[in-house]
Design a binder for this molecule. Structure first.
Ligand code: ISL
Ligand code: CA
Length: 556
């Protein structure tokens, strides 16, 4: 397998709006991030993925861009950006920007032109279609954020396509001018010296041109079969590689909704000349029912293991993935996969072991390193996420069970991961001196960075230790992976090994003590790390794994 820096590095994702406010307007900004660079460096990560920071009316918090060449007013100026990039580079870190080019904002000049008339030169930058025979939308496609994916525009009497909100019209990648515009803006940022891109919903850029009605009975399936992996997607990405990517020493990570395991290597296979890695999302969608996240279904550890096993096998030595357990779209790690009550600290540490020792480039979401949890706001008026608010309205209109809906919001809604980063126990957790744009999680007097740094047993120091350990042992990067007991319902045990070393990771995903026997005999093992501290190795034939305990052993 090819050795390269982006396999060895670890990514830390910053959601700028919620990270640190420097000027008291209640909104996180670039100068806030600059203030915290030493903190991030000290944790031991290498690459920052900065959420979208371009000019935007913020219908979807920056995922609706109105000018790709400028910084969002709320976040600062281009001079601030340059200082941030320089601050990272001088500390030996790298920067990825968010490339959001499946759609733009409806306030982008291209769209403002496009909607003016059917013969406007920008008309074909977007997807316009005449109404169906009954005057309704051109087909039955539904948006990720609820309702039809088509919006009628009075002025020219046609509908335009928006797979996300109606303020996020989809760009028409069939049009070579659109592709040229994208390559141009990519070069602009790369020439400034950024180190790569996280690519928003990249498998969605090529549309199925018949625009036929689809089976919409299950949303995850609709995405995989109709919106994602369109006929020209690989041609477009290869063209982008040829035109732009290959000319820079950078990395790319594609967000992969709808990329099923069999299609993974088409995007990331070494010989493909497409992307460095993708975020596969099966473990994020596994608890979504037919109608998506607000229609939740239960999941178990067996599902999690199956998904990581399948993906590891499918990408093999040919392709590469990024490993993540939460981000700005999905519930907090410890609330979703751990126990955020009695075992918050212990289970957050255990989950960091999974995140940092699977095969792939780990991506840590801001706040995971201090064990931030999901939030429960008192009223729907406290929620800010356009997805949550749209689906709330729909559920109300349809006479849905609103208690069940709110429970789904508490478990899976996107605002769980968008509450401000908790820096200390002062008012608003030191995030802002003003009125925060979204409420804080009220556990901040206990859960905050200052406390974490003062406590040698904190989650923060556990991450730090593990990140350093990973750096010392390239087996965690290049070694192969094998699930040692795929059918165990409480324990996730796997092996990472190469010709130099063999490690065994044993993780307890339950609040009970489990007597666990490794299915294979490994000879003498040395316990390197446990989130319970190094307690005696015990009888290795029969390990007593404490509630939410994680252990890493090395074969002697
Ligand atoms: O959060 C989701 C909706 O339930 C996901 O399906 C998500 O929309 C999908 O993974 C795409 O996400 C990305 O593009 C969106 C943006 O809202 C998300 O924040 C971004 O990560 C549109 O740009
Ligand atoms: Ca601010």
């Amino acid at each position: 397998m090819k050795k390269i820096w982006w396999k060895e590095n670890v990514i830390y994702q910053i959601y700028p709006r919620s990270f640190k406010d420097s000027n008291g307007d209640g909104i996180g900004d670039l100068r806030g991030i600059i203030e915290k660079l030493d903190y991030i460096k000290d944790l031991g990560v290498d690459i920052i993925w900065l959420g979208p920071s371009f000019k935007s009316p913020n219908d979807d918090n920056g995922y609706d861009i109105s000018d790709y060449y400028d910084i969002m007013d709320e976040f600062g100026t281009m001079a601030d950006f340059d200082e941030l990039l320089e601050g990272l580079h001088s500390r030996g870190m790298k920067l990825l920007m968010d490339l959001v080019v499946n759609h733009s904002s409806d306030e982008h000049n291209w769209f403002e032109e496009s909607r003016k008339s059917k013969d406007n030169p920008y008309r074909d930058y977007y997807w316009w279609k005449p109404p169906a025979a009954d005057g309704g939308p051109p087909n039955n496609w539904i948006s990720f954020f609820g309702g039809s994916a088509w919006e009628f525009d009075e002025l020219t009497g046609e509908y335009y396509l928006h797979l996300f909100t109606k303020k996020q019209p989809d760009l028409n990648w069939e049009n070579p001018k659109v592709r040229e515009e994208v390559y141009k803006l990519m070069r602009f940022w790369l020439d400034k010296g950024i180190d790569g891109f996280r690519m928003d919903v990249i498998p969605l850029i090529s549309k199925r041109l018949d625009f036929a009605d689809a089976d919409i009975s299950n949303f995850t399936n609709l995405v995989a079969t109709t919106y994602s992996n369109g006929p020209r997607v690989h041609e477009f990405i290869q063209e982008m590689h040829e035109e732009v990517l290959q000319h820079y020493d950078i990395m790319t990570v594609g967000e992969g909704p709808g990329i099923t395991k069999d299609l993974g290597n088409l995007y990331v296979g070494e010989s493909r000349k497409e992307l460095s890695m993708i975020f596969h999302l099966d473990h994020m969608f596994m608890d979504h029912g037919d109608k998506g996240r607000f229609d939740p279904i239960p999941f178990s550890l067996l599902d999690v293991k199956r998904i990581f096993n399948e993906w590891d096998e499918a990408t093999g030595d040919e392709g590469w993935v990024s490993i993540f357990l939460d981000n700005h779209d999905f519930a907090r790690i410890v609330s979703r996969f751990g126990n955020d009550k009695e075992y918050r600290v212990t289970s957050a540490k255990m989950l960091s072991m999974l995140l940092l020792t699977l095969r792939g480039t780990p991506c840590i979401y801001q706040g995971s390193e201090i064990g931030m949890t999901n939030v429960k706001f008192d009223s729907i008026d406290d929620y800010r996420d356009v997805e949550t608010l749209n689906f709330y309205k729909l559920a109300k209109e349809n006479g849905g069970d609103m208690d069940a809906f709110m429970n789904a919001v508490y478990t899976l809604g996107r605002d769980n991961v968008r509450t401000p980063m908790q820096w200390n126990d002062s008012e608003n957790a030191g995030f802002t001196t003003g009125q925060p744009w979204i409420n804080l999680n009220q556990n901040y007097p206990e859960v905050n960075v200052e406390n974490a740094i003062a406590d040698p047993n904190s989650i923060f120091y556990f991450y730090k230790k593990l990140l350093a350990f990973r750096k010392e042992h390239s087996t965690f990067v290049y070694g192969n992976y094998k699930d040692l007991d795929p059918s165990h319902e409480k324990i996730y045990a796997y092996r990472r090994s190469d010709k130099n070393e063999t490690f065994i990771v044993v993780l307890n995903f339950s609040s009970e003590t489990v007597d666990f026997k490794l299915p294979e005999y490994y000879g003498e093992l040395e316990l390197c790390i446990s989130n319970y501290g190094i307690i005696d190795g015990g009888d290795l034939e029969n390990i007593k794994v404490m509630p939410w305990e994680g252990r890493i052993y090395r074969k002697k």
